[in-house]
Design a binder for this molecule. Structure first.
Ligand SMILES: *[C@@H]1O[C@H](CO)[C@@H](O)[C@H](O)[C@H]1NC(C)=O
Ligand SMILES: *[C@@H]1O[C@H](CO)[C@@H](O)[C@H](O)[C@H]1NC(C)=O
Ligand SMILES: *[C@@H]1O[C@H](CO)[C@@H](O)[C@H](O)[C@H]1NC(C)=O
Ligand SMILES: *[C@@H]1O[C@H](CO)[C@@H](O)[C@H](O)[C@H]1NC(C)=O
Ligand SMILES: *[C@@H]1O[C@H](CO)[C@@H](O)[C@H](O)[C@H]1NC(C)=O
Ligand SMILES: *[C@@H]1O[C@H](CO)[C@@H](O)[C@H](O)[C@H]1NC(C)=O
Ligand SMILES: *[C@@H]1O[C@H](CO)[C@@H](O)[C@H](O)[C@H]1NC(C)=O
Ligand SMILES: *[C@@H]1O[C@H](CO)[C@@H](O)[C@H](O)[C@H]1NC(C)=O
Length: 538
């Protein structure tokens, strides 16, 4: 692994309790439609917070284009790396069955060198919903490079709500004016990234809701809607590390989906969205349009009176609106001393199917074929964790009453929130939500069950970019002892080789530059070994 700077980063306690052989996945269907994309990934200059800076654009767009496909479709994306450093795009939450070769993280994929192109080729399986892609290497996501992925249900599969009148993707995330190479240097030097400079919404800075707090001349996002209509908002927190509270002035958010699971539909006036998480809400335009309305994403789990600049503001504009939005922003939840609100909100998110498919095995205490992972967060910040190739059942998180939130920024892990085996008795085994990215509150733990049905090597990581960069990641290696390609696709013909296997890589020639070879470095060693050991598995 790359040199790990342990620093003050939270301990990632991955408790691998029981592993069993993976179940065979069904054979892939070659006749499914294919969506093709041809993307150039490059720097462009933008000034989202009023200061010009280099951001990463996909096909010259920031945020990048939306991949809009249907269950079982194949997705082929030719990615040209026009950055000045290595690149990999990863497809957050997409469960590529049998295929970790296109996952796009170090450990399973060699990076695309600058000037090269490489073609991803994968199939989106029987999962519906809202996901996003982003550049996975060295804090590049802090410079952009992200875009949405929508996986629609096939016509024959009913969706548990009427077709909305429109579909709106909204990226929210904290943002720094320093570029990602400068941010990287800070972490390398053992520094903290400090308070972000703002929050972007769809790559744009805040609406000028307050002339003191927001400088003039910043471009903001406007969402245009028709009165009386209902829209599906797909909201992704693509930021570096700040949890954000999302709210739309005077409008209710009806939660219907999170990361590929239709949830029990519940109405919220605001919802906390942690880094790396995706949610779909239905919002009905039921107001009288006396003015435009604010859409707000403000920092959470920090001293909010000090972090006022870390607030994103976009505008919801009815076609019959009679004026601009004005006045104060709608209030965030007033619970600084009791974050049980957020905790209870997390627990209130329930899947639609009850009980879930795996309920019996878990309740039985028979873990065969499952892995239990306990994420323990000893940091003072909320952390989110993500598992590639899988969704997990979030079965438990520490009780709100035992959390140290009445003493912000301090925690005593001897007294609070340490996971112990008897905590299993408190797990939610009936209707645990099934998702790919779960938050872990400060001084607390979250337990998940993973059904090991996807062969390959899969990345388990912190989604908070700084924490991930500092080394919080691991891999699950799921091997089928049976010699068959039914559960795992063979190494694709176009696989990139690097590190110890670099000699296998053919050079690429390009029209505008001479042949170049793959960059190398000591840090590549460990994951090349991983790659090699996978290749050697029968
Ligand atoms: C995605 O594609 C479907 C048709 O396949 C279309 O109905 C829908 O409007 C598209 N959604 C977006 C957000 O472009
Ligand atoms: C690079 O892009 C060209 C087309 O521009 C394509 O023919 C070629 O297959 C791509 N190479 C890889 C390794 O994907
Ligand atoms: C980031 O900014 C520094 C100056 O602060 C500059 O030297 C460097 O080239 C920039 N990097 C990128 C990728 O824009
Ligand atoms: C703008 O924000 C400042 C600082 O928080 C506050 O003092 C002022 O009252 C706000 N102005 C308006 C018009 O709300
Ligand atoms: C429109 O709604 C606002 C509050 O949402 C209310 O103050 C106002 O009186 C309403 N205007 C009309 C014309 O109904
Ligand atoms: C938040 O910061 C303000 C300004 O420094 C300070 O007065 C206040 O006590 C802080 N609140 C908490 C709960 O620490
Ligand atoms: C419970 O687990 C045992 C083995 O641990 C297994 O034989 C049995 O079939 C399981 N029962 C159910 C209902 O899953
Ligand atoms: C899987 O293996 C069978 C038999 O070894 C072979 O005929 C087939 O081409 C393989 N399929 C793929 C996709 O490689």
């Amino acid at each position: 692994m790359e040199e790990v700077v342990a620093g003050r980063a939270a301990a990632l306690a991955v408790v691998l309790l029981l592993m069993a052989a993976a179940a065979a996945a069904p054979l892939c269907c070659a006749n499914d439609p294919t969506a093709y994309f041809d993307w150039d990934v490059s720097y462009v200059t933008a000034s989202p917070l009023g200061v010009p800076q280099q951001v990463i654009a996909v096909a010259k767009q920031f945020p990048g284009p939306i991949v809009n496909v249907t269950t079982n479709w194949n997705v082929v994306v030719n990615v040209r790396n026009s950055l000045d450093e290595d690149l990999l795009l990863t497809w957050d939450g997409i469960q590529m069955r049998k295929n970790c070769w296109d996952d796009g993280v170090l450990g399973t994929n060699c990076p695309i060198p600058p000037g090269w192109n490489w073609t991803y080729d994968f199939q989106v399986k029987d999962q519906i919903g809202s996901f996003f892609y982003f550049p996975s290497l060295g804090l590049q996501r802090a410079a952009g490079g992200y875009g949405g992925i929508i996986v629609n249900s096939r016509d024959v599969v009913p969706v548990p709500f009427a077709k909305p009148d429109g579909d709106i993707t909204l990226f929210i995330g904290d943002w720094y004016i320093k570029n990602h190479t400068d941010l990287r240097k800070m972490l390398d030097d053992g520094k903290d990234l400090g308070m972000p400079d703002g929050v972007l919404m769809n790559g744009k800075g805040p609406y000028r809701y307050n002339a003191t707090l927001v400088p003039d001349g910043i471009d903001h996002e406007t969402i245009n809607v028709e009165p009386g209509k209902t829209y599906r908002f797909r909201i992704h927190n693509v930021g570096v590390s700040t949890s954000l509270n999302l709210r739309i002035q005077n409008h209710n958010l009806l939660l219907v989906e999170t990361e590929g699971t239709h949830t029990l539909q519940q109405s919220y006036t605001n919802l906390d969205i942690h880094v790396g998480q995706s949610y779909s809400f239905l919002v009905t335009m039921d107001q009288n349009a006396s003015s435009d309305y604010y859409i707000v994403a403000s920092a959470r789990f920090v001293n909010e009176s000090l972090w006022t600049r870390v607030t994103g503001v976009a505008i919801l504009h009815y076609s019959n609106s009679r004026g601009k939005a004005s006045g104060p922003l709608p209030d965030p939840p007033n619970d600084f001393y009791y974050k049980g609100f957020s905790m209870n909100q997390a627990r209130s998110i329930r899947p639609l199917d009850q009980p879930p498919r795996i309920g019996t095995s878990v309740i039985n205490g028979s873990y065969r074929g499952f892995m239990e992972i306990v994420f323990q967060n000893d940091d003072t910040r909320v952390q989110t964790y993500h598992i590639d190739g899988y969704s997990v059942f979030v079965v438990g998180c520490v009780q709100a009453t035992s959390l140290p939130f009445n003493r912000p920024y301090a925690h005593d892990r001897m007294d609070y929130g340490e996971w112990t085996e008897d905590r299993r008795d408190t797990y939610n085994k009936w209707d645990a939500v099934y998702r790919s990215t779960t938050q872990v509150f400060p001084g607390a733990w979250t337990a998940v069950y993973v059904s090991l049905d996807n062969v390959g090597i899969w990345n388990v990581r912190a989604e908070n970019l700084d924490t991930w960069y500092l080394g919080q990641e691991a891999y699950m290696k799921i091997v089928n002892p049976e010699r068959t390609n039914k559960t795992e696709l063979p190494v694709p013909d176009n696989v990139l080789y690097c590190g110890l296997l670099q000699y296998l890589q053919k050079p690429q020639t390009h029209k505008h530059s001479s042949a170049s070879s793959v960059t190398n470095g000591g840090k590549l060693l460990a994951w090349v070994l991983l790659l090699a050991s996978l290749a050697m598995v029968p």
